[in-house]
Design a protein. Structure first.
Length: 284
């Protein structure tokens, strides 16, 4: 038998039960024989090496690493300079010179009409006005120049731009008016007859109650031409005006819409000031 037949028959014959790489081993032997004889090389040209089964195992992509405690920027602490204490806003508070628990009916003027009324009862002075009406009540037989006064106001019907507050150095036709609006705003003006002169523009105050029912303690510190407003003991603003040097105290209520306003006032306390107003040096 020729070498070609041996290689083609014996080496590449199908043998049952042989492993899958058996034919590949025979092909390797054929390559070896090719180096010794041209016949083996001819057999190598006729038969191709069987392909081995390739088990390709794909490597899965790496899963995302869970960072349980991600790095964060180190916080930078801010240091604020310590502010110096503000000067005393109510210097010179002296002894109490007047208290009023609103038990004497005729201690205040109490007008009454279909448009509004001022009534003293149950230790309160209550002003009730109809829509669009302004009313005030003045303390009788009182004249003050330099003083500190506080009074409690309790709106029971009040909303929006409706106003109430305290009159200072007042008479029947002229006074300073410190007003609180029922929307949480405050302002001040000088009033003479029907004329108004703004002295402090309207500002929002966290101490001015919004709506009703509510309660606020209104305070005025007045020395010379300077007057300061306080609400619940907290300073609000300062005005300066030389027109009215003295007068009585008063309270007011005003409806700015189509609804009535009702405000009660109580517990008036007036202290003297142990200070002298500054004098102006005359120019030569």
């Amino acid at each position: 038998m020729s070498l070609r037949a041996v290689l083609s028959g014996a080496f590449f014959s199908k043998v049952e039960g042989q492993p899958a790489n058996f034919h590949f081993v025979k092909w390797i032997l054929l390559v070896a024989l090719c180096t010794m004889t041209t016949t083996a090389c001819s057999a190598l040209d006729l038969f191709a090496a069987p392909a081995l089964p390739v088990n390709v195992t794909e490597t899965p992509p790496p899963s995302a690493t869970i960072i349980w405690f991600p790095p964060s920027a180190t916080p930078t602490f801010q240091f604020f300079p310590t502010k110096t204490a503000t000067p005393e806003q109510r210097p010179g508070l002296g002894e109490v010179i007047l208290t009023d628990n609103f038990s004497v009916v005729h201690s205040w003027n109490t007008p009454a009409s279909d448009q509004g009324s001022a009534i003293i009862e149950r230790n309160r002075l209550t002003l009730a006005v109809q829509p669009g009406i302004y009313m005030f009540s003045l303390k009788n037989e009182l004249v003050l120049e330099n003083f500190h006064a506080e009074i409690t106001a309790r709106p029971s019907l009040c909303r929006g731009a409706d106003e109430y507050g305290l009159l200072v150095r007042a008479n029947a036709v002229a006074y300073y008016r410190f007003a609180l609006s029922c929307n949480g705003q405050v302002h001040a003006e000088r009033k003479s007859g029907y004329e108004k002169h703004p002295l402090q523009d309207t500002i929002i105050s966290g101490d001015a109650p919004i709506g009703a029912p509510s309660e606020v303690r209104i305070g005025i510190w007045a020395l010379g031409t300077e007057m300061r407003l306080f609400l619940n003991g907290r300073y609000q603003f300062t005005i300066a005006d030389p027109n009215y040097a003295s007068g009585t105290l008063g309270v007011f209520a005003q409806s700015a819409s189509d609804t009535p306003v009702t405000v009660s006032f109580s517990n008036l306390v007036v202290r003297q000031l142990d200070l002298m107003p500054p004098t102006k040096t005359p120019h030569p």
